[in-house]
Design a protein around this ligand. Structure first.
Ligand SMILES: NC(=O)c1ccc[n+]([C@@H]2O[C@H](COP(=O)([O-])OP(=O)(O)OC[C@H]3O[C@@H](n4cnc5c(N)ncnc54)[C@H](OP(=O)(O)O)[C@@H]3O)[C@@H](O)[C@H]2O)c1
Length: 353
């Protein structure tokens, strides 16, 4: 692979920090790494590949000096910086939801739809961290039998909301335990990140409610899945729940096929798919769990069984590290794929013309 210069915008955040770690782990061929964050962090130092890097502001000049701009900050930051970086000839790999449904922007999980990168126009989006594990299991299974309908319930970790939410979970948990010891009132917990207490609780609200009663996160799972799988008719009904887990999203997925499918066929198919690992021995209490999946790259699948409520149904339990495959790892895999397909040249050529 050719070496390249990269900027990581949001390098001090939950995804950004994991991204820098994965850069090292995968020996990504970066000849130069620039780390950027908000004004608050400019001047801070981050250690990458044994080097101390100083956090900078993501100026147009800086963005003109890199080949890849990885943006993991917020939708607003992406909307501002991605067009600037693209105009300077950098290829933007964006973690936010800002461009995901833009027809000119490929939305990519490399194991599933890497070919969508061909003909990119300078911005590539990664999916929502709850969509990625879903498409990783649906893609191979759709080749076994047609999928008519999917019902998915998520159990999403607080790191999906970022660093502030992880801090809130830790602080609230300590606070609630201290209150219980002192036999105090629980309602003295003052939530900041979420609308309610997250410690020792479950919130059936991830993001904001829409007119149809679903949340924006739930609708992302439908719309992004359709785009990635090129399946505009596929029906996905999601209920997204925030749980007091630090890292890893879990999902109970109910799939209705167009014919009966044997659970062994599902196990075999998923075991053979790159990036998926089957962990399915329930009698020995072996199944995926956040504490086991944290820090790992694979999307783990277990509890694979027939759905007793439908003759063509299969149910499974899926767990994936939202900061890795759900964000940073997926972004870096896209860059690796871009390099191996020599698609960076396309970005540079377009910027010059
Ligand atoms: N967390 C996940 O599991 C996940 C998964 C998929 C996609 N994403 C997406 O990834 C993005 C980052 O999420 P996160 O969880 O890492 O959030 P986070 O922990 O809150 O981190 C946000 C990062 O953005 C930086 N930032 C804020 N304002 C900025 C600005 N004006 N210019 C440059 N940098 C700025 C922050 O810098 P300071 O430290 O200086 O504030 C920090 O580095 C979001 O768009 C999110 O939707 C997250």
């Amino acid at each position: 692979m050719n070496s390249c210069r990269i900027a990581v915008v949001g390098a001090t955040g939950a995804v950004g920090r994991v991204f820098l770690r994965i850069l090292e782990e995968r020996s990504f061929p970066a000849s130069e790494i620039r780390v950027c964050a908000s004004e608050r962090s400019v001047g801070k130092r981050l250690s990458v590949n044994g080097q101390e890097l100083v956090v900078e502001e993501a100026t147009p000049k800086l963005l003109s000096e890199v080949d890849f701009a990885f943006i993991s900050a917020s939708g607003a930051v992406s909307l501002e910086l991605a067009p600037v970086a693209k105009a300077q000839g950098a290829l933007v790999i964006d973690d936010s939801s800002a461009f995901r449904m833009d027809p000119d922007v490929p939305l990519v999980v490399p194991e599933v739809n890497a070919d969508d990168l061909d003909g990119h126009r300078g911005i590539v989006s990664i999916p929502n961290c709850s969509t990625t594990p879903l498409v990783m299991v649906l893609e191979p299974l759709m080749k076994v039998a047609g999928v008519r309908r999917v019902v998915v319930d998520t159990y999403q970790s607080v790191s999906g909301t970022g660093t502030a939410a992880v801090e809130e979970l830790h602080a609230q948990s300590a606070h609630v335990l201290a209150l219980r010891q002192a036999q105090g009132e629980r309602d003295s917990v003052k939530p900041k990140v979420y609308p309610h207490q997250i410690a020792f609780n479950a919130l059936p609200q991830v993001e904001t409610f829409l007119e149809n009663g679903y949340t924006s996160e739930e609708m992302k799972m439908l719309n992004e899945t359709r785009k990635i799988l090129h399946a505009p008719e596929l029906m996905v009904s999601a209920t997204c729940v925030r749980v007091p887990v630090a890292i890893c999203h879990s999902e109970a997925i109910h799939i209705e096929f167009d014919r009966p499918v044997n659970p062994d066929e599902v196990r075999e198919t998923l075991s053979a798919f790159p990036g998926v690992a089957v962990l399915d021995d329930p009698e020995s209490s072996v199944y995926p769990m956040p504490v086991q999946a944290e820090g790992k790259d694979e999307v783990f699948v277990g509890r694979i069984r027939r759905d007793i409520s439908h003759p063509n149904g299969i149910v499974m339990w899926v767990v994936s590290d939202n900061l890795r495959k759900g964000a940073a790892l997926n972004a870096l895999q896209i860059a690796e794929e871009v390099l191996s397909r020599e698609l960076l040249v396309a970005s540079r050529g377009r910027a010059k013309s």
